[in-house]
Design a protein around this ligand. Structure first.
Ligand code: NAP
Length: 322
């Protein structure tokens, strides 16, 4: 069993920032990156609202910078997936990956969130065959095509705008007649001649052609109950996210919709296990907020480990306890 001072589960903005701060605190953290370093931001086309990049930066480029900076101070990154944890017996905490078994003095959970599914007939069968949850990954395949985007939040509008680089037309299907997205994104979408809207409407089924590819959607107007079919080449679904909490069920206290609960020191219901980023944040979900939470979790972790006698007193800015 490999012993570690601090294990960070997840490698999105929260995890890589926690790694940077923990590394600078000489905790030599081990990041278990999951199947894709960077989490959701790694598949985000353009990040325009992360301070310090006035002209925007692509998601993969930003992740690369986060990684470089964390590694420069001694963070180690393992490209592996956590399959089991045991926090129930206290320290050391048990963490098992496909490739290894670890015990850690402290754990920072930054496992993020996953795009929500519509759960309608045809969705699962057509995933990768015209159904997608990632414009950056799959937009290229829809050059000159007509596509449907489902959702009315920031993600749906931002991705719809991005997809017009490739698609001939993008029709946004939203279940209400009012968008949830922020004003600038609304304006951009409303002014984009390639984008149109279908209001008060839900997707009831994703239709396939004989080759198993998306050929259309069956829609229902929720006000009139009219049901009709609309031909389309692709369906991009952006209807929110669910926290990646399965590993922690029964071990960490969770609130509404399964988000891990932390106290003001970013500590979960288990002493010595901290959490940051979208696994604990149903509210803000920005790169900037995840970075801040990751920073706070690592500083709180350092402070807590010092109190346990694991490490020397922190030298950086401390965490107020009063
Ligand atoms: P979101 O804000 O939760 O919006 C989800 C959208 O999907 C809503 O319009 C919702 O409709 C709709 N929806 C949910 N379940 C549905 C279902 N089963 N069928 C049909 N429609 C459904 O999620 P998000 O857009 O992914 O954004 C998540 C967070 O990330 C937000 O805090 C957002 O501000 C942030 N974000 C920010 C940026 C940016 O600043 N550039 C970019 C992307 C995301 P209702 O409106 O009727 O609930």
């Amino acid at each position: 069993m490999q012993h570690e001072k601090v294990i960070i589960i997840g490698s999105g903005p929260a995890g890589l920032t926690a790694a940077l701060y923990a590394a600078r605190a000489n905790l030599s953290p081990l990041v278990i990156a999951g199947d894709q370093i960077g989490g959701q931001v790694a598949i985000t086309s353009e990040v325009e609202n992360y301070p310090g990049f006035p002209d925007g930066i692509t998601g993969p480029e930003l992740v690369e910078k986060f990684r470089e900076q964390a590694e420069r101070f001694g963070a180690r990154i393992e490209y592996d997936i956590v399959v089991e944890v045991d926090f129930t017996k206290g320290r050391p905490f048990y963490v098992k990956t496909y490739g290894n078994e670890y015990e850690a003095d402290a754990v920072i959970v930054t496992a993020g969130a996953t795009p929500r599914k519509l759960n309608v007939p045809g969705e699962r069968e057509c995933t990768g065959r015209g159904v997608s949850y990632c414009g950056t990954c799959d937009g290229f395949f829809f050059r000159g095509k007509d596509i449907v985007v489902v959702g009315g939040g920031d993600s749906a509008l931002e991705e719809a705008d991005f997809l017009t680089r490739y698609a001939n037309s993008v029709n946004i299907v939203h279940r209400r007649d009012e968008l949830r997205a922020s004003y600038p994104l609304q304006q951009r979408a409303l002014n984009n001649p390639k984008i149109s809207f279908t209001w008060d409407t839900v997707v009831e089924e994703i239709l396939q052609n004989e080759g198993g590819m998306v050929s259309g959607v069956r829609l229902r107007n929720v006000k009139t109950d009219e049901v009709y079919e609309k031909p389309t080449d692709g369906v991009f679904i952006f209807i929110g996210h669910d926290p990646n909490n399965t590993l922690f069920e029964g071990q960490l206290e969770m609130g509404n919709h399964g988000y891990v609960i932390v106290n003001q020191h970013m500590m979960t219901s288990v002493e010595g296990v901290f959490a940051a980023g979208e696994i604990m944040d149903p509210m803000w979900r920005q790169v900037a907020t995840s970075v801040g939470q990751g920073c706070a979790a690592a500083m709180a972790c350092e402070r807590w480990m010092a109190a346990q006698g694991d490490v020397a007193e922190p030298t950086g800015a401390g965490v107020r306890t009063a």
